[in-house]
Design a protein around this ligand. Structure first.
Ligand SMILES: C[S@@+](CC[C@H](N)C(=O)[O-])C[C@H]1O[C@@H](n2cnc3c(N)ncnc32)[C@H](O)[C@@H]1O
Length: 759
């Protein structure tokens, strides 16, 4: 697909750049001071600039942790502060009171899925005025002229000053009515700004170079090869743990050596020795377990790994998403500015995101928040929904949706039309989801509470688009949840991708490849590991030749997915997937992939269940032989007649009640086994009860209707009892530890009845 018109015009969206922001604010503060001297009065939003600035200066944000006290083994040691970092600390940084939003429990896990199910993902939103026709890669192409213009104006507005008079932010948010002159002026400002930024960046780079040299002079006794291993040995001999300062120096020295092994490396040490030392030092300095640190290091060059670990020590910018079902961004921004919130548009790539720098009020308790005008959401969480590009009137499944950041964004983009089925395996989290849906006024959402691997497409399928924002290890959101550094084990990196594969296969099989507007699946995680991203996608590409990778439509923001990793080769088209990193784009680490379903899932495939992480590809007979460890794929793509038309009465094609019953029963037996229960023991009781009912029912009807009727009724009631049995089974579905599928949810009833599907 080609690059969109907006894309051509504006280029790729820039990363959220703290340096830019600091720079803008510094410059504006200077201008405002000059104005103040001129005797002008300041507006309320800038009432306490001195105090505000002081606060900003003392807060550490951005990527650097240097200069902060770092804790290690209970000891608190100040880290070394570089010149460049010192300089960074003196510039303004965004600060906001801790959001009280329910959307901020972010670790990539769902309660239904894995260990730590209680600490979960943060909310996520985005706006999608740019959402397009639903065709691949069309999001950026679809905007009409007005939209393009509006976006430009928002961007222009990003050069603003909270201290300025004359409501400068009105200009910034003036969507439709800015003059050309203003545009030119702002363009000129931007030019000047970017020149200054370049200068500043050069200065910082120079300082960083200088720091490396200073460090080299300190540690390089002979003026050539630093004796890094000598430090390690002497610390070990003395029996003391290295100080944080020493560790940091050693890390920079090791990086320097790795950058020029030939002239700086010790002759008796190999590159592997230095890499091992670096890994150990990263683990100690940043507090990771070695398995995870090694995994993360393998994604980058040593220098970039350092930047990644550093970025995980600082919070990402606070972002809110305007709920366009209730308001528009300009109105919201003005309302919040009036409450003392300092903010600006999040970037060119979104028309609903606002980055908040400072707030005099808790963002999770403003009247606007309570009225559902916005939701707190990480910027990167906008992206999967933008890639999904939901269209009004469609049927969309959000497979793992709680607490609903993306669901509510989807709903808003659909302008409350069509249907969004929002599922989550965790009942407590589903409650939060319902809260958000109500607060934000989403009227096209149905909530259900199933293990998606079991429910889709068995209960319902044929969706136009499906979002699978999968439960994951959360390695992209370590700054939000540092416990990931130590609590994710080797086992997690096998078990979680295993579940992700199952979920993605279920998503594919639940998509309608005939959909006139869609037929798309978006897979996303807030993890950066290859096991949870490219490897999962590669797996499903192999298992489902009826899907292909397509462009996400997210432009060049972020980086391409890997096409090879540690000797493994992936599909060339894996480049179409997008990766986002905290140290590159200053957003949470994220992965977004878009698939297009091109045909029904191949008949005879029986491998929806992924056997112990290994690919399984048995026939139906194999599946039977293998007991019930594998489950049959049911592709609920509407079945068309010879003319390609859908039957009027049953859009999902013929259904076999008995077959369905057997499938559901099999799923239930598997579920019980996974819980360590004996299906025979548990289900036996239910069967006996149901049999009793069977025995009683026919005789009662026989009394009334006579023997002919009795025979009829026996058949009818045995069918009924079968259904009851299934209902009982569903009622007792425990699935995962803290997941209690609710049969009272709209989805469950609908699902049983709705075999014909809403289409
Ligand atoms: C990354 S979070 C989803 C965040 C959500 N999309 C949002 O934007 O607010 C992953 C979710 O998957 C849910 N989950 C875990 N296992 C699941 C399963 N087997 N079926 C459905 N949902 C599951 C978790 O309860 C969790 O809420």
């Amino acid at each position: 697909m080609g690059v969109g018109r907006r894309m051509k015009k504006q280029g790729p969206p820039p990363p959220l750049d703290e340096a830019t922001i600091s720079m803008i604010k510094k410059r504006k503060a200077a201008e405002a001071d000059a104005k103040a001297e001129g005797g002008k009065k300041r507006r309320k939003a800038e009432v306490e600039p001195a105090q505000g600035n002081k606060k900003l200066k003392t807060k550490v944000n951005g990527a650097a942790v240097n200069g902060k006290e770092k804790k290690l083994n209970g000891a608190s040691v100040p880290a070394k502060v570089s010149k460049a970092e010192k300089k960074k600390k003196t510039v303004q940084k965004p600060i906001v009171p801790e959001p009280e939003s329910e959307d901020e429990d972010d670790d990539g896990w769902g309660s239904g899925s894995a260990p730590d199910l209680d600490d979960l993902m943060a909310d996520e939103f985005g706006d999608l005025d740019g959402v397009s026709d639903g065709s691949e890669n069309s999001m950026l192409e679809k905007d009409d002229d007005d939209e393009d213009d509006n976006v430009e104006k928002f961007d222009e507005g990003s050069v603003f000053d909270s201290d300025e008079e004359d409501h400068p932010r009105e200009k910034m948010f003036s969507d439709d009515d800015e003059s050309d002159a203003e545009e030119k002026l702002t363009a000129a400002n931007i030019e000047g700004l970017s020149r200054k930024l370049d200068e500043q960046r050069e200065l910082e780079e120079e300082e960083a170079r200088q720091e490396m040299q200073d460090s080299a002079m300190q540690t390089n006794i002979a003026g050539e090869r630093p004796d890094i291993f000598g430090d390690v040995d002497s610390a070990a001999k003395a029996g003391v743990a290295p100080s944080m300062q020493l560790l940091r120096t050693r890390i920079t020295d090791t990086l320097r050596v790795l950058g020029d092994m030939k002239s700086l490396g010790q002759p008796d040490k190999s590159r592997a020795d230095y890499m091992q030392l670096l890994l150990d030092d990263f683990c100690t300095y940043y507090g990771y377990n070695s398995h995870l640190a090694e995994k993360l290091m393998s994604l980058f060059t040593p220098m970039e790994a350092f930047a990644f670990f550093e970025a995980n020590e600082a919070p990402r910018p606070v972002v809110i998403r305007t709920n366009t079902l209730r308001t528009n961004r300009r109105t919201l921004a003005q309302a919040l500015i009036n409450r003392g919130v300092v903010l600006e548009p999040v970037g060119k790539w979104s028309k609903v995101g606002l980055q908040v720098f400072e707030s005099a009020v808790p963002l999770g308790a403003t009247p606007e928040y309570l009225a559902g005008h916005y939701i707190l959401q990480a910027a990167s969480s906008f992206l999967p929904v933008m890639a999904l590009a939901p269209q009004p009137g469609e049927r969309i499944l959000d497979m793992a949706s709680a607490p609903g950041g993306k669901t509510t964004y989807i709903s808003a983009l659909m302008r409350n039309t069509g249907v969004v089925l929002a599922n989550d395996a965790s009942k407590p989290r589903a409650k939060g989801l319902i809260g958000n849906i109500h607060r934000l006024g989403c009227q096209n959402v149905i909530v259900c509470n199933y293990d998606a691997r079991e429910a889709f497409p068995k209960i319902l399928g044929g969706f136009d688009r499906i979002l699978l924002d999968a439960p994951c290890t959360g390695t992209g959101v370590i700054s939000k949840d540092p416990s990931v550094k130590t609590n994710k084990t080797e086992r997690d990196f096998l078990a979680i991708p295993h579940m992700q594969k199952q979920l993605l296969l279920a998503a594919i099989d639940s998509t309608d490849h005939h959909s006139k507007t869609g037929g798309y699946i978006v897979y996303s995680t807030c993890s950066v590991t290859v096991e949870e991203n490219e490897q999962v996608v590669q797996y499903v590409l192999r298992k489902r030749p009826n899907v292909k990778l397509v462009d996400t439509g997210l432009g060049s923001f972020g980086s391409e997915g890997f096409i090879s990793y540690m000797g493994k080769k992936f599909d060339e088209k894996m480049r179409l997937t997008r990766r986002y990193f905290p140290h590159r784009e200053n957003v949470d680490g994220f992965f977004v992939c878009k698939l297009k379903k091109t045909g029904p899932s191949p008949a005879g495939k029986t491998d929806n269940a992924v056997a112990n992480g290994a690919a399984t590809n048995g026939s139906k007979a194999d599946s039977t032989n293998a007991g019930e460890s594998e489950e049959e794929v049911i592709d609920k793509t509407p079945i068309t007649d010879e003319d390609g038309l859908l039957g009027e009465e049953d859009n999902f094609g013929p259904f076999n009640e008995d077959e369905d019953a057997e499938l559901i029963a099999r799923g239930e037996r598997n579920r019980l086994r996974r819980k360590g229960l004996n299906p025979k023991a548990v289900l036996g009781k239910q069967t006996k009860k149901a049999d009793k009912r069977d025995d009683q029912a026919p005789s009662a009807s026989a009394k009334e209707d006579g023997s002919a009727e009795e025979a009829k009724s026996t058949v009818k009631n045995s069918k009924k009892s079968k259904k009851e049995k299934e209902k009982n089974k569903t009622d007792s579905q425990p699935t995962q530890s803290n997941s209690e599928p609710s049969t009272s949810s709209p989805g469950s009833k609908k699902a049983k009845k709705g075999k014909k599907g809403p289409k």
